[in-house]
Design a protein around this ligand. Structure first.
Ligand SMILES: Nc1nc2c(ncn2[C@@H]2O[C@H](COP(=O)(O)OP(=O)(O)OP(=O)(O)O)[C@@H](O)[C@H]2O)c(=O)[nH]1
Ligand SMILES: [Mg+2]
Length: 308
């Protein structure tokens, strides 16, 4: 299946939550009644667009319709696209095999380890010569180290690990040391941690300081992997991680399992942290660079299979 079809399929739940009721409310070109406005806002909020964004979108839509714009869904689509201006971000990979450090954070089960594997698989396919290293800085569980090790073997990357319960920063130290020699891209896998546990955030900061000390500059990317189904709670997670390590981008996973795809808008509106990739399934091809245009199109695309 082509990416655009996987994206559409992945967004089915969000789309049916959002567009089905929107099309009902917006069918026909007419002035929005107070009931319409309320219904619209509720629909957008339940798709996790965020209350303020929902209100502003509905206001803008209402104005556009009064002005005589005739296709409400198209107007809404354009409004959303405009709001997402600037959200896209390409992952920084330094040229000529110069060391690149990609630090990956996120709470338990968000999809950090599999995201690293997918990103590395894409990189390997695009540039077979580029050295890739994985660092198992999630030392809390032996299984987490092994899981990353299996991916390292499959994709054929270098792999830096210590014993379970070792200091994660010591792993980071060795891994950065390694890529200073080999060049290429280092992915640092960190433990799934709860932002409420202050000491765990401190550990992330310590790891980032270790990168900076060893490399002489900050990591190239500090990514947060966020499970889309956590919706508004994900926004608060992102805030905490952002405070700790100054996130450079977000990877939003599991858009396939949720009706809360509107969280993409909330992330941008409330945090202004760019989105590098989105995931709509478990396969490597299900993770893709984020395109606002594709996303909005897929969100409003009515598929034949959905008409029945
Ligand atoms: N449906 C779906 N599943 C995903 C997606 N991304 C990751 N997963 C699945 O989510 C599960 C957890 O992924 P991991 O990569 O192990 O998550 P993690 O953040 O490393 O988890 P911990 O190491 O336990 O903190 C796996 O079964 C992945 O296959 C996605 O976009 N869609
Ligand atoms: Mg993991």
């Amino acid at each position: 299946m082509a990416w655009i079809d996987r994206l559409r399929a992945g967004l089915t739940k969000t789309r049916s939550g959002l567009t089905d009721s929107l099309s009902q409310i917006l069918s026909g070109s007419r002035k929005l009644s107070d009931d319409d406005i309320e219904g619209l806002e509720e629909t957008l909020i339940s798709g996790d667009v965020g209350a303020q964004t929902a209100m502003q979108l509905v206001d803008a839509l209402s104005t556009a319709l009064k002005r005589g714009d005739v296709a409400p869904l198209d107007v809404l689509k354009t409004l959303i696209r405009e709001r997402l201006e600037g959200i896209e971000k390409t992952l920084t990979i330094r040229p000529n095999g110069e060391p690149t450090v990609i630090f990956v954070s996120g709470v338990n089960g968000a999809g950090k380890t599999t995201t690293i594997a997918k990103l590395a698989a894409h990189l390997r396919a695009d540039n077979p010569q580029l050295p890739i290293t994985f660092a198992a800085a999630d030392t809390f569980r032996a299984a987490a180290i092994d899981q990353l090790g299996v991916w390292a073997e499959r994709i054929d990357t270098d792999f830096i690990r210590h014993q379970p319960n070792a200091d994660p920063s010591a792993v980071v130290f060795d891994a950065v040391d390694h890529i200073i020699r080999t060049g290429g891209v280092l992915f640092i896998d960190t433990a799934g941690r709860l932002q409420t546990k202050h000491n765990l955030m401190e550990e992330l900061k310590k790891m980032e300081r270790t990168v900076a000390k060893k490399l002489g500059r900050d990591s190239d990317e500090r990514l947060l992997v966020l499970d889309a189904s956590t919706g508004q709670n994900g926004i608060s997670q992102a805030r905490h991680f952002h405070e700790a390590i100054d996130l450079s981008g977000i990877v939003l996973t599991k858009l396939d399992g949720t009706a809360k795809g509107g969280v993409v808008l909330a992330i941008w509106d409330e945090l202004k942290i760019p989105l590098t990739h989105i995931g709509v399934g478990e396969a490597a091809d299900d993770l893709h660079a984020f395109s606002a245009e594709e996303f909005v199109d897929a969100l409003f695309a009515i598929q034949k299979t959905e008409i029945n």
